[in-house]
Every structure is written in C-alpha cells, then in structure tokens.
Design a binder for this molecule. Structure first.
Ligand SMILES: *Cc1c(COP(=O)(O)O)cnc(C)c1O
Length: 436
C-alpha cells in the first residue's frame, strides 16, 4: 500500500532532502531514515515531557523516547538543570572527576549483581569491551549469541546463523572479515536443546554467551525464565562467562535491570541508554575479580577520551537518582499495563489480530495471536500492517519508532491522561489498519 498523505511533513521533507547531501541516506543512524515505514522522517526541534514537536510544528506523544534512554521523558527539569550547572564549569578534563564517583557509587550501591564498573560512551562500546574482557578472562575466543538479539554494531556480533548445517555465523554487514564472523555461533532463542548440543561440542573454545535477557530489538521476545536459568547453569558447568546485554533492560525493567527482575547473576552486564540520562554513556560491570582484568589493573586494554566526562555523568546522575525513588518502577509498570489493556481490550472486542507484549514500561505491538519467543516466529508480512498504523498515527499525533520490529517505551512523563489519549488514537488507527 502506498501511503502518500504526508502533507504535514513539508519542512521535515525538505530538511531530509538537504540531509541526503551530507549523510548517507540522510541520517546518522540507519533506522531513523523511515525505510520500513512511509514518508520522510520527522525532524524534531524540541521535546518536553512525553511530547515532542517537529519542524512543521506538529506535536506528537512520543513512545520512542530516543530509543529508550528517556525514561523520564524529554527535557526532564532535574537532568537539564544539573547538566547546565555542570557544563558551565567545562565539558571534559580527561581526568577523573567527583561526578564519575558519584554516579558509579549510586549505581553500584543499588545493584546486587555488580561490584565494579567502567564507563564508556555508547552501548556498542560497552558490548565490544565486555566481549574483550570475557575473552581476556577465559583465554578462549568464540562467543555464542542469539538470533533476534541486537548488541550494537560490534564486528563479531553483526552475525547471523550460517545456512544449513553450518555452525558458525556469517556476517550481516559488508566489511566484516569472515574469520571474525566464524568466531560467533548464532543460536535460536529459548531453545535449550540447541544450546546443550553446541556447548557439549564447542565449550572448550567458547569465552562467553551474550544475550539480551529481555530481547527488545527485534520485537519483544520475552524468554521463559527457565531458559535464562539454564544459560546460567550451563555457563557455570562449562567455564563460559554469561554476559547480559542490558543496554535496554538496565534501569528499565527495574533498578537492577533484568538480572534483578529474574534474579539471575550474570558474569558481566552491559549498560547504555538510560544510564546516561539522554547523554552518550555506556558501561560494563562485573565482579571485582573479573573487572580486575581491565587495564590499568589487568591485561585487557580499554580506554576512552571522553569516557565519564562530567556533563554526561551529571545527566546520568540526575536521571538515575530519580529512578531510585521508592515505587518508581511499580508505578511505571502499572500505568503501562493500563495503557496496553486499553488497546488490547479494544482490539479483542473488534476481533483484530493484535497481541501487545509488555514488560515493565516496554511494549510491543504484534500483529499475531501467537506467543512469540524467537525471531523466526515473527511474520514479516505483518510489518505491512505496522506501516499503516505508523502512518495513521503520525497524522493523529502519536510517534512510534519507525519499524514494526521496534518496541515502544512509556516514560515517567506520560500521565494517565496522556496514555488514555494515546490509546484512543491508537485504537482509531487500528480501525484503519483492519478496515481493508
Ligand atoms: C541500543 C543497544 C545497543 C547499542 O547501543 P548504542 O548506544 O546504540 O551503541 C547494544 N545492545 C542493546 C541491547 C541495545 O538495545
């Protein structure tokens, strides 16, 4: 279906044409280009609370929240004020700062699963460093990842399962040497048998298993707790490190992330997104014993010119302080559940084939009634329905991430009234999606 009514995006459209002269595809991160939906991407000029405004002066209730970091909504006053206060004293010194200590202490004091951490500047960097640490710690080189989990644009993780009987991965991007991809084994999620078989055969070469414990980059593929527990058990048994990539789930499904949600102790945890309060911050963390392998204490080298710069630390500190408030996550989950139920009940009453998957303040609209726990269960054709929904919602003033594989995020700034309004607009749009 061709969706051409983009009349309210004239300025965005012309800025996008200009941007194409400067940036590949007009963007600085590929999904922003709206390739899987329709029309030009929105150019946003301002955000406040749960809403943002584009260059054409349209206002949207935003459920992308900068792809997850903005758990407090746009332009959170405490974050903004602390950033301004800090930036007046300079942006970066290339030395340790007290603010770094403060954010480190706040995080470690509130998380039973980690003892020491290192700040970096993105989720990708956190994952890349965690993999190196696991290899340095174990002296082994192969890693296992799961189909449907995204871990940033790390060479050895832009890999999918080889076809047929091939055990080792093939890269999903040009520019990745085959020998790198071969160091990665890709398995289906939620499949203990495939895991058993692979570990039995290759455990002596495997440094780590990396998983998004709440896989939220390819739909929301919630795992059975027993599968995550099995990972923990098998990793112990075979001397393999378990890495939880909590770049999305960290500080999102609870203060202790998915580790706390499922009460499973991974060996290394990676963070990003929320940890920086909207500034570029990532981190990896583990026991003191494992982290002792990082330079300058140990032989695994990892460094960063702007790591833990005070402005980013200030944003992170002001944000994390707010999510540590008593009852914060319970409230977030309760209002997300109410919101999701308003849509689910409507779709059920109308007989629309929709299932909204949710955990904490994350939700994903699946156009299928099946319980989906693995990437290959998602029907690619259903993305055509998402495209119509997305387009319709842009006309009505609701912004979802521009792909049906992306999850939505509710922030603390979405009030009950905002969510009710959004649910009504989503329901009206569902009528268009299913009118056909
Ligand atoms: C977003 C994300 C990353 C990559 O983080 P960037 O800051 O975009 O580099 C890695 N892992 C997971 C689970 C993510 O969601």
């Amino acid at each position: 279906m061709e969706l051409t009514n983009t009349i309210n995006r004239k300025k965005s459209a012309s800025l996008f044409e200009e941007a194409k002269q400067y940036f590949p595809g007009g963007v600085n991160s590929p999904v922003r280009a709206f390739k899987s939906v329709s029309g030009p991407p929105l150019f946003i000029k301002e955000g406040n609370g749960c809403r943002f405004i584009d260059e054409d002066d349209n206002t949207y209730i935003d459920f992308c929240c900068s792809w997850g970091p903005l758990i407090l909504g746009h332009n959170n006053p405490q974050v903004r004020d602390f950033v301004i206060e800090t930036v007046k004293k300079g942006t970066s010194f290339g030395t340790p700062t007290k603010l770094g200590n403060q954010l480190g202490k706040l995080i470690l004091d509130n998380n039973r699963y980690i003892e020491k951490m290192r700040f970096v500047s993105s989720g990708t960097e956190a994952v890349m460093s965690a993999i190196r640490l696991a290899r340095g710690f174990t002296g082994k080189s192969k890693i296992i990842k799961f189909d449907g989990c995204y871990h940033g644009h790390v060479d050895s993780l832009l890999v999918k399962a080889g076809s047929g009987l091939a055990t080792f991965g093939v890269s999903t991007s040009a520019g990745i040497p085959e020998v790198f991809a071969k160091e990665t084994i890709v398995l289906p999620l939620n499949d203990q048998a495939a895991l058993d078989k692979t570990l039995a055969e290759y455990a002596d070469d495997i440094a780590a298993i990396i998983i998004e414990p709440v896989p939220a980059n390819n739909g929301l593929l919630l795992q059975e707790k027993s599968f995550l527990e099995c990972l923990r058990l098998k990793c112990h048994k075979y001397g393999v490190l378990l890495i939880f990539d909590e770049v999305i789930s960290g500080f999102r499904v609870g203060l202790e992330g998915a580790a706390g949600y499922y009460d499973i102790q991974p060996d290394i945890i990676t963070y990003g997104k929320i940890i920086g309060g909207g500034m570029p911050v990532g981190a990896y963390a583990a026991s003191a014993e494992i982290m002792a392998h990082i330079a300058p204490d140990g032989p695994v080298y990892q460094a960063g010119t702007l790591s833990a710069n005070p402005v980013a630390m200030a944003a992170g500190y002001a944000a994390i302080q707010q999510v540590t408030q008593e009852g914060f996550y319970e409230k977030m989950q309760a209002k997300t559940e109410t919101f999701v139920a308003q849509i689910q009940n409507y779709c059920d009453a109308k007989g629309y084939e929709v299932n909204i998957v949710t955990i904490g303040s994350i939700f994903w609209i699946a156009f299928s009634k099946d319980t989906i726990r693995a990437a290959d269960q998602i029907d690619a054709k259903s993305m055509e329905l998402f495209k119509v929904l997305h387009h319709e919602l842009l006309q009505k003033g609701v912004y979802l991430g521009p792909s049906g594989y992306e999850v939505g995020f509710v922030s603390a700034a979405h009030s009950a009234a905002d969510l009710e309004e959004a649910a009504r607009l989503i329901n009206e749009s569902m009528d268009v999606v299913f009118r056909k």
